[in-house]
Design a protein around this ligand. Structure first.
Ligand code: IP8
Length: 248
């Protein structure tokens, strides 16, 4: 049975301007989409931090680069993400989806060079048993740095390659990868297709912006679709909203 990994950006399921506030409308639409996907195949959901994770992370000085050994701060970030995860699970359960949480803090770690190690046994077994695993951007133990932030996008890459996903969807508030004129690039098959718009192949991208995302998605063995909330139902229907990134 086909496997879809779908990332729901934090800006889609939360109100980014109000601390710890769910965007009920955005979450409802996203949960409807997951419910439809789950009817016909296997789905793994990943959601971002939005107004839950990011402001706690900033308050405690933790980012994907800067770590912390302060367990209280690490817990504050993680607990906020668990509250958002609960809201996502509840929305899915309300639509009859057998969704279960997978918390990256307790499942994986980062090596000293920043590479993510995410054992997939729990996720894989949940899928085999008919559940929909729901992961989230989190704080995670990082060799030599205490704990740092792992973004939902990084999790998507590990999950999609480790589980052999057939399709990947990244739903955020941008309608796709935009060219220099602000138009959506329909297809990217090599970094050069988007290099101008993304600031060239030499650009450094420590914040995990679009250039880093495109590079990682090009390396996947499955097509990855980057689209906005208006593209969700088309993605669910098997169409190609926004930008499709297809490495060769
Ligand atoms: O929103 C970050 O995940 P993202 C999660 O996918 C935290 O970058 C804890 C800030």
């Amino acid at each position: 049975m086909s496997l879809v990994v779908l990332k729901l950006g934090g800006s889609v399921v939360t109100d980014k301007d109000e601390p710890e506030t769910v965007d009920e409308e955005g979450l409802a639409a996203a949960a409807d989409a997951v419910a439809t996907l789950a009817e016909s195949g296997r789905v793994v959901v990943v959601h971002g931090g939005g107004s839950f994770g990011h402001h706690h992370a900033a308050e405690h000085g933790v980012s994907s680069e800067s770590g912390s050994h302060d367990a209280r701060g690490v817990r504050a970030i993680h607990d906020a993400m668990k509250r958002l995860n609960d809201a996502v699970l509840d929305a899915l359960a309300g639509r009859g989806v057998s969704a279960l949480p997978v918390h990256p803090l307790s499942a994986g770690a980062r090596e000293a060079d920043g590479s993510l190690s995410l054992p997939l046994t729990a996720t894989e077994t949940m899928l085999d048993e008919g559940f929909v695993p729901v992961l989230h951007g989190d704080v995670i133990a990082h060799a030599g740095k205490g704990a740092t932030i792992v973004s939902g996008d990084d999790l998507v890459v590990s999950l999609a390659s480790g589980l052999g996903a057939d399709r990947v969807g990244l739903c955020s508030t941008v309608p796709g990868v935009l060219d220099a004129g602000g138009d959506v690039i329909p297809e990217i098959t090599a970094f050069a297709d988007a290099a101008d718009a993304l600031g060239g192949s030499e650009s450094t991208d420590v914040t995990g912006g679009m250039a880093a995302k495109v590079r990682k998605l090009l390396a996947l063995g499955a097509p990855a679709h980057v689209f906005g909330p208006e593209g969700l139902s088309a993605f669910v229907a098997g169409e190609s909203p926004g930008t499709v990134i297809r490495g060769e």
